[in-house]
Write a protein that binds this ligand. Structure first.
Ligand SMILES: NC(=O)c1ccc[n+]([C@@H]2O[C@H](COP(=O)([O-])OP(=O)(O)OC[C@H]3O[C@@H](n4cnc5c(N)ncnc54)[C@H](O)[C@@H]3O)[C@@H](O)[C@H]2O)c1
Length: 339
């Protein structure tokens, strides 16, 4: 099947494109390169442009009239930036997605898979959340994801569209074949920080917060290998019709599915796993939580298995190993490019 992938030159979108290609599908990438990397789109159907560019969208659908799905990954994604510049985030994520959805409806591309985020969930006393759990998006970024979900849901009711919002937990790792991976210079997520410290780019790893009500006092997350995440999108488009035709989803045109491995990993456990993979200890310290930190959550991923027949296959250690190999490769690529 042919699939429009917005944000297909980014970390997750490019991995989704690889998974689509490996399964015999044809991705068509639309990415403005406001972030992302041109290298990730090389050799693939690629259009450089904005998701709200009506003329460009029309010409993409003229050239690829057989596009059956849109996987909408394009977004700005940095939580602290969204706090500093909410106007940008609401314009780029919400305003432009609204225009995109309007255009997709007009162009007759009514099947959407949307990159949503577990950051829209409220804290849960048990740390585990399912798709019915309370929502409480606590940053402008998370609120843009929540708003996009609501817009999409209303569009599905009104305009005969169908959509699956996939709520990602914490993606780690890279394409196991090393075609693409994380490209952020100063990563703020835990694995990126651990790699920065182990490679000598940063001095010390800070375990921020050790008094949460978790099994070892540190925050808990659900790390999902980005390749498993990408595979779920392939399952989503392949099972799309079956899902919406099924008895469970009768009269339903919008579904939400958690994508996580269903097991929580604390910060201390993640640090241990990292040290086991690299076979040495890293320089680390414990500090107070940062402002706005939350204890975290992990996924009940039963619905993903029930509707998509999908579950994770790769471990946190696989994610760590792939991230390390990719980081080395990407450093070398950047050096080559700067020559
Ligand atoms: N990375 C995570 O931890 C995470 C977690 C949950 C959800 N998500 C969601 O997954 C999606 C992909 O995230 P990612 O980590 O690959 O981020 P990324 O920044 O690597 O990729 C986003 C891509 O979208 C493109 N883009 C942004 N605005 C655009 C616009 N207006 N028009 C066209 N292209 C535009 C960027 O150039 C970039 O290539 C996002 O929607 C994000 O909210 C990510």
């Amino acid at each position: 099947m042919k699939v429009l992938v917005t944000g297909g030159a980014g970390y997750i979108g490019s991995t989704i494109c690889s998974a689509l290609l490996d399964s015999g599908h044809v991705p068509v990438i639309l990415d403005s390169l406001v972030n992302g990397r041109i290298e990730f789109a090389e050799g693939r159907n690629f259009y450089k442009g904005d998701i709200e560019d009506k003329e460009l969208l029309s010409s993409i659908f003229e050239e690829h009239s057989d596009i059956e799905f849109t996987i909408h990954c394009a977004a700005l994604i940095v939580v602290p930036d969204s706090v500093k510049k909410p106007d940008d985030y609401y314009t780029e994520n919400v305003g432009k997605s609204l225009e995109l959805f309007k255009m997709l409806n007009e162009l007759g591309c009514k099947n959407i898979v949307f990159s949503s985020s577990a950051s829209i969930y409220d804290d849960s006393p048990t740390f585990i959340v399912n798709e019915e759990s309370n929502l409480n998006p606590r940053s402008p970024y998370a609120r843009t994801k929540y708003m996009m979900e609501m817009i999409l849901k209303d569009f599905c009711v009104a305009y005969d569209m169908k959509a699956i919002a996939l709520r990602y937990f914490n993606p780690i790792g890279s394409d196991p074949e090393m075609r693409t991976g994380s490209y952020i210079k100063s990563p703020s997520h835990i694995l990126g920080k651990l790699i920065q410290v182990s490679s000598g780019k940063e001095d010390i790893f800070k375990v921020t917060g050790t008094n949460w009500d978790t099994r070892d006092g540190t925050g808990i997350r659900d790390y999902i290998h980005v390749w498993d995440l990408a595979r779920a999108h392939v399952y989503a488009i392949e099972k799309f019709e079956i899902i919406f035709d099924s008895k469970d989803c009768k009269d339903v045109t919008y579904e939400v599915i958690n994508l996580g491995n269903g097991r929580g990993t604390t910060v201390r456990e993640m640090v241990n796993a990292f040290e086991n993979v690299i076979e040495k200890e890293i320089n680390k310290t414990e500090t107070e939580p940062r402002q706005g930190d939350v204890p975290g959550a992990y996924a009940n991923a039963d619905k993903a298995f029930k509707l998509l027949g999908w579950k994770t296959e790769l471990t946190t250690e696989d994610g760590i190993r792939d991230a390390l190999v990719w980081s080395d490769k990407w450093d070398k690529t950047l050096k080559e490019l700067s020559r």
